[in-house]
Ligand binder design. Structure first.
Ligand SMILES: O=C(O)CCC(=O)C(=O)O
Length: 256
C-alpha cells in the first residue's frame, strides 16, 4: 500500500498531499533529459507534441510555457516510467478505483514566465468530461520561493464544486501572496510529488528569478468515467491549438 490511511484522510480534507522522494533520482534524471529533448522538438521532428509559447510580461520575450500530449502511444518508455505500479496504486487509493490518464503536460516555468493565477483546474472546461480528476505533479527542478513555488489553499476551506464561473481564475491578482493566510507555499525537491484534486485552489507567481523550474502534471479520471483523453485533446485543438515561437500568445488567457 503506497498511501497510509492518514494521507488519504488529508487528501480528502485538504484536496492535496505532498509525498517526498516519491520518484527516485535515476528516474528524475531520465525524465529531465526527456524534457530537454521535448523543449527542442519542432513540428517536423514531432507531429504530436503540443507546444505553447507566450510573450513574457516580465521581459517581453517569447518563451515556451508548456508542452502537452506526449505520453501513451507517443512515448512508451517514458509512459512506463511515469505510469508505474506505485503511481497507479497511490491513485487507486485516492480515487477508490483504478485511474485512467486524462491529460499530461509539462510546465516550463522559465525565467520571465507569467503567473499562474489562483484557480481551480475544474474551471478549465473539465466539467464536460467528468466531475472529478486528480493530478499528480512531479517536481523535476527544485521549487523554491524565488522561482515561483506553487501555492495551495491549505485550510480545507474550499468547495468541491466551481467557486467561480467556468474559464475564470479565482482572482486576477498575479501576486498570489495576498492569499498567504489561507495558502501554503510548497517548496519541493526533485522527485517529490503533489497529488491534488481538481477543485483545490492553487497557483504560482511570475518567475522573476533566473532559475527555471519544470514540473510534470499528469491528470487522471476514474476508470468508471471512461477513457476521455482523445476527446479532450480533439476538443482542445479546436479552441486552444498549440503555437510556435513566432506566434506566441499574450499571457492573459486562463488555461490549464
Ligand atoms: O506550474 C505552475 O506553477 C502552475 C501549475 C498550474 O496550476 C496549472 O498548470 O494548472
Amino acid at each position: 500500500m503506497t498511501l497510509s490511511a492518514e494521507q488519504k484522510t488529508t487528501f480528502d480534507e485538504k484536496g492535496f498531499i505532498v509525498l517526498k522522494e516519491f520518484v527516485d533520482s535515476g528516474a528524475i534524471g531520465v525524465i529531465s533529459d526527456w524534457l530537454d529533448v521535448l523543449q527542442d522538438v519542432t513540428s517536423e521532428t514531432s507531429a504530436h507534441a503540443a507546444k505553447y509559447f507566450e510573450k513574457s510580461p516580465l521581459t517581453g520575450e517569447n518563451i515556451l510555457v508548456r508542452v502537452e500530449h506526449v505520453l501513451g502511444e507517443y512515448d512508451a518508455e517514458i509512459s512506463e516510467l511515469l505510469l508505474n505500479a506505485k503511481t497507479i496504486d497511490a491513485l487507486t487509493a485516492l480515487f477508490g478505483e483504478a485511474p485512467v490518464l486524462f491529460k499530461e503536460k509539462i510546465n516550463y516555468k522559465h525565467p520571465g514566465c507569467r503567473a499562474d493565477k489562483l484557480h481551480q483546474d475544474q474551471a478549465a472546461g473539465w466539467n464536460a468530461y467528468s466531475d472529478f480528476f486528480i493530478t499528480m505533479c512531479i517536481v523535476i527542478d527544485a521549487n523554491r520561493e524565488e522561482n515561483a513555488a506553487l501555492r495551495f489553499m491549505n485550510s480545507g476551506n474550499y468547495k468541491k464544486s466551481l467557486m467561480e464561473e467556468e474559464w475564470q481564475p479565482l482572482s486576477d491578482e498575479t501576486d498570489v501572496s495576498w492569499a498567504d493566510d489561507e495558502y501554503v507555499m510548497l517548496e519541493a525537491d526533485p522527485g517529490d510529488v503533489i497529488f491534488f484534486d481538481c477543485y483545490v485552489p492553487h497557483g504560482s507567481p511570475p518567475n522573476d528569478s533566473d532559475l527555471g523550474r519544470r514540473n510534470v502534471y499528469l491528470t487522471f479520471n476514474k476508470t468508471s468515467d471512461g477513457d476521455l483523453r482523445a476527446q479532450y485533446y480533439a476538443d482542445k485543438w479546436q479552441t486552444y491549438p498549440p503555437n510556435d515561437l513566432e506566434h506566441a500568445r499574450n499571457a492573459d488567457s486562463f488555461r490549464v
